[in-house]
Design a protein around this ligand. Structure first.
Ligand SMILES: C[S@@+](CC[C@H](N)C(=O)[O-])C[C@H]1O[C@@H](n2cnc3c(N)ncnc32)[C@H](O)[C@@H]1O
Length: 482
């Protein structure tokens, strides 16, 4: 009971970053098990917090938290509950009985396994009821809600806008809920359910647009990464299990990240750090390019956030040379090299031995704007980055190779800047990509800032005088210029 789908650490992090204490009131939606409300109130006990939901579970609890009982009656297979409670049972006991009914709904199927469990819970009902009741009493004690709205989340948003308060929620990650359980509850408990619409996670971006247009403070947590919306914190459990908090709050120009220690087993240790992600609209032709040697664990951290989900490399083990690329002090991306194990015959027919080559294990970019990822790959070819490695190996490095996984026959990232040396269909059924593409490029004698200027003119679609007006033309337009 009371276990929600929101990662606890994510809420803790959100509360550290967003100053909810400055909001006049907080409207929560999709309250579920009141996880958010409990965390907010334990940090800001005097804040006016309003819950919202539509299910019998959450509405009966929510109404208990504000001491406004609603009518609930058990019948059909749950008639035994009604008989046990009688007419005058205190409301909080009735709510405890609702929670037992939810337990029973898991075993409502007409099979031996279901019947056995159902019978067991029915027999033990008085003891289970007491256990749930104690939990509810404890929840009521520590969760002093100002109000609870039984109805659609959109109404809760409107309330926040009308009252001048803020809105905070972790919307459902899937559309709808378990139908069988719901059917059982509907057929054996009567109450007045509110009308509502199911939230479709595809609506997340337009929901954020709506909140922005209302001009209210907001925080929305989700497992979806939306490039187009500002985030105030990332919470990374593993590469395939991250939470992002979207918020109007921009009091710090650096994001807060947290990755829990379990990540480190999957991809080598990952250490969070504060940085300003690149905003390509602020770039100009003479922007300052800085290449900084990266600590492996910091780079892992960036990779966990920005690398396409599903692509997984092992980074632990031998230390690999790694760099961050900063432009005007904003982090654009990172590069990790490794020695090459194979000889290559390039598309243009030149043979390179492994000793003459270096592989790019990762060239990660923090922005999807203005073909920024091309810039990182171009900079990865610069001899100035390769020189320290070359000096250690005592071999001249002539050629850089890398592998791209793609659903297209070509990778847009490397197109025009690297040559495609081989293409084969992916044999890995679960990585989700159709092709494995081998790309390569001669080592460039140009410095990173020179490569940056080529990228700026040729690929970025940015105009030379963007310092003050931030104007940018589309990348497509830039391609036409080539
Ligand atoms: C995934 S659950 C709980 C999420 C919650 N943030 C948590 O992790 O504890 C989603 C909740 O949203 C509620 N819900 C579904 N549709 C809703 C709607 N249109 N308006 C308000 N709440 C809704 C469900 O009853 C359920 O309690």
């Amino acid at each position: 009971m009371f276990a929600g789908s929101i990662p606890h650490g994510c809420v803790e992090q959100l509360l550290k970053v967003v100053p909810l204490g400055h909001w006049s009131s907080v409207r929560v939606a999709w309250s579920g098990a009141f996880i958010l409300e409990q965390s907010i109130l334990s940090r800001y006990p005097d804040l006016e917090v309003y819950g919202n939901d539509v299910s019998l579970y959450s509405c009966s609890l929510g109404k208990a938290l504000i001491n406004e009982p609603i009518d609930i009656n058990f019948h059909s297979r749950l008639q035994f509950i009604q008989d046990y409670l009688g007419k005058d049972a205190p409301y909080s006991i009735k709510v405890a009985a609702v929670l037992v009914a939810y337990e029973l709904s898991k075993y409502a199927s007409d099979n031996i396994y279901g019947k056995k469990h159902f019978d067991y819970i029915q027999e033990a009902f008085p003891e289970i009821l007491i256990k749930f009741h104690l939990k509810i009493e404890a929840l009521i004690e520590r969760t002093k809600l100002k109000g609870f709205f039984s109805g659609d989340w959109k109404e809760q948003v409107k309330e926040a806008a009308e009252s001048g308060g803020g809105f905070i929620a972790f919307p459902p990650l899937k559309k709808g809920g378990p139908k069988k359980m719901q059917d059982f509850l509907d057929s054996s408990i009567s109450w007045e359910p509110p009308s509502f619409n199911h939230f479709d996670p595809k609506e997340l971006s337009s929901t954020i647009d709506w909140l922005k247009s209302l001009g209210i403070p907001y925080c929305l947590g989700s497992d979806q990464f939306l490039q187009e919306h500002e985030k105030c914190s990332y919470f990374i459990r593993s590469r395939d299990n991250s939470f992002y908090v979207y918020s109007d709050f921009s009091g710090r120009n650096s994001l807060r990240h947290y990755s829990n220690s379990q990540d480190t087993r999957a991809s080598g240790s990952a250490e969070p750090f504060l940085y300003t992600p690149i905003d390509t609209a602020r770039l100009r032709k003479k922007s300052k390019v800085e290449i900084v040697k990266a600590e492996q664990n910091n780079l892992n951290f960036i990779k966990n956030i920005y690398l396409a989900k599903g692509i997984s490399h092992s980074f632990s083990g031998n230390i690999k040379p790694a760099y961050f690329v900063f432009i005007d002090k904003m982090l654009a991306g990172g590069i990790i090299y490794k020695p090459s194990d194979y000889a290559v015959i390039t598309d243009s027919g030149i043979h390179y031995e492994p000793s003459q080559m270096l592989r790019i294990l990762s060239d990660v970019c923090v922005s999807t704007q203005n073909k920024c990822s091309k810039l990182i790959s171009m900079i990865a070819t610069s001899r100035s980055l390769i020189l320290p490695i070359q000096n250690q190996k005592l071999n001249k490095i002539e050629y850089i190779t890398t592998t791209a996984f793609s659903n297209s026959k070509m990778s847009m990232k490397y197109r025009g800047i690297f040559e495609l040396n081989s293409r084969r269909p992916s044999t890995d059924e679960i990585d989700g990509y159709d092709y494995v593409l081998q790309y390569g490029s001669k080592v460039s004698e140009l410095q990173p800032h020179q490569l940056y200027r080529i990228w700026f003119d040729k690929y970025s679609g940015l105009k030379s005088k963007t310092r003050n007006n931030g104007q940018q033309s589309s990348s497509r337009k830039a391609e036409k210029l080539n």
